[in-house]
Design a protein around this ligand. Structure first.
Ligand code: FAD
Length: 331
């Protein structure tokens, strides 16, 4: 029996494991390694924030995959030995025939002075639960939501959060007492979606009385203020933010990554420079053909990439040529 090892049981890893197991059955051992026992569904974090979801609604144990005969290991990946075809975890040494890296990104709030002390990270499950608690007690003042740096995953999410905050306070009859401000390093909301989307999001924010500050360089955070370049100080009673995204530490010491730390892949097969090793999702360096920027990092793209990679591995394992190609599809 051949073995496919999948590093990361998030959006990409879960789909890859399910598609591959379904295609291969008992002819392929599929193993998913993750350091967290649970998957928290991030697309529902904005609803969790305003209390329209409960933590249990969006939490699933990874070991549920075992029902599909997918092996799950609760362990931390510490080294990827591409030459030796093995992965070292805290507790094991794992061999593989095919490897799919789906380790996502890590947050580094410590790189923004004051973030850890004064900001709640809107992209981190436990802190979203805390945001919900704070919002419930918040009746007047200024809420500042900021994006620390680029790239960050799911570019529409910050705007979705702003509109939900607006709705949350309107429903409580408190909106006139709460000032809502969003601060972004982008020159426009969601620039990769094109100028029409940017203009329409700007208009929607303005219509609902929300302030938008673009091209912001975040320097630091104080207890009640966000500090931008040129000494601009934005006062805040509650600071919500998106911490800087880095690729996982374990990848940065490999020859798999580009200068930013993301994994270089063939843009159509997601195969890395090493045959039989693939990278999908947020950790992969998928570039836009025109601008050269990274394509947006989102679960929908991880999902389609996972399907392509899993189907191609199934073909290779049967001695067939891998015919599936990722075409940048999303929705
Ligand atoms: C608030 C929010 C809203 C979003 N909304 C949407 C949306 O509406 N639509 C959409 O398409 N996308 C959305 N996204 C983005 C989406 O969640 C990510 O793009 C997607 O999860 C990426 O999938 P992935 O498999 O690459 O990584 P992840 O899902 O992040 O999974 C990575 C996994 O790797 C594990 N891991 C990392 N390092 C190690 C290690 N060393 N050892 C062991 N395990 C490790 C992690 O524990 C994690 O489980 C949203 C994200 C957020 C935060």
């Amino acid at each position: 029996m051949q073995r496919t090892l999948i590093l990361g049981g998030g959006a990409g890893g879960i789909v890859a494991s399910s598609v591959l197991k379904k295609a291969m059955g008992s002819a392929m051992q599929v193993t998913v390694v993750d350091r967290q026992p649970n998957h928290y569904y991030p697309a529902s974090f904005p609803l969790l924030m305003i209390g329209e979801r409960k933590p249990a609604d969006i939490t699933r144990e990874l070991k549920r995959l075992e029902r599909k005969k997918i092996e799950t290991l609760l362990d931390e990946v510490v080294e990827i030995d591409t030459a030796g075809h093995r992965v070292i975890t805290k507790q094991r040494c794992l061999d593989y025939d095919y490897l799919i890296i789906a380790l996502g990104v890590e947050y580094h709030p410590e790189t923004v002075p004051g973030f850890r002390e004064f900001v709640l990270n809107a992209y981190q499950f436990e802190e979203v639960v805390e945001i919900n608690r704070r919002l419930t007690d918040f009746s007047s003042g200024q809420i500042v939501f900021f994006i620390s740096s680029l790239p960050y995953k799911c570019p529409p999410a910050p705007y979705e959060i702003m509109f939900l905050l607006d709705q949350f306070f309107r429903q409580r009859g408190l909106r006139h007492q709460v000032k809502l401000t969003i601060v972004t390093p982008d020159f426009s909301p969601e620039p990769l979606a094109g100028p029409k989307v940017g203009q329409s999001v700007r208009k929607m924010l303005a219509e609902r009385g929300m302030e938008l500050i673009t091209e912001a360089k975040i320097l630091a955070v104080e207890k009640h203020a966000l500090i931008l370049d040129h000494g601009t100080k934005i006062p805040a009673d509650l600071l919500l933010g998106i911490a800087p995204h880095w690729t996982p530490e374990v990848l940065r010491h490999t020859d798999l990554v580009d200068s930013s730390g993301y994994i270089e892949v063939d843009q159509h097969t997601m195969e890395t420079r090493h045959p039989g090793i693939y990278a999908i999702g947020d950790a992969a360096a998928v570039k836009l053909p025109v601008m050269g920027a990274y394509a947006p990092k989102a679960a929908i793209f991880a999902h389609y990439q996972a399907e392509v990679v899993a189907r191609n591995i199934a073909r290779l394992a049967r001695g067939l040529s891998p015919g599936f190609r990722y075409a940048g599809n999303g929705a």
